[in-house]
Design a protein around this ligand. Sequence first.
Ligand SMILES: [Zn+2]
Length: 233
Amino acid sequence: MTEQPIREALDAAGRVPSEQDLDTLSRQLNRPVRDVVEIGARCVCGNPLVATTAPRLSSGIPFPTTYYLTHPVITSAVSRLEAAGLMNEMNERLGEDSALAAAYTAAHEAYLANRDAIGERSGTGAVPEIAGVSAGGMPTRVKCLHVLVGHSLAAGEGVNPLGDEALAGIAQWWTKDKCYCVGAWDTDSAVPSQDRSRHVKTQEKAEDPEVKRAARAAKRAAREAAQQAGEQD
Ligand SMILES: [Zn+2]
């Protein structure tokens, strides 16, 4: 479909998410992760930096944002760049610098090519609803630096010029040659899991008879009130 060569930071074995990876992602995000099919990038220690989501969720919903930055040290560093106004500055440069604009368009195409490959590998297949739609504002705008940095980490340097720039911009807080994982997320309490939400649902069901009883009582009271009102007329 596209002539872009696929560039990915991790090899096939490195991309496979282990149970431990999924637990780490849930801890990093403090919520259970769903529909993660691969790991897009890893810390030198092996921990995930980027979660790769299939282009179609198991619920059937098309999902254009393939790479999600999960490492708290990186996400907060990138948020600092956003807060400092880097996106506005990048958008201005995209309007003036045609070489940068062309490289950014190529990054958009590379993103789509990677997503197609991930869709094939994960069994999702083609997702026509989001054909040509990437993420983060690509190909002409910068709307989310986290998306661009996630792409840069998953594709490797030299694919997304603005993602690479943002990565260089967070060097005082995070660099790819060092591990910043210790203390970056809660490793003591239970892994945020979907079991917990099932448990909550079970509790809600257990309360159902009570709720129904209360509703019946309210209806009865309303009926009686209406009858009394009728008698007064
Ligand atoms: Zn690490």
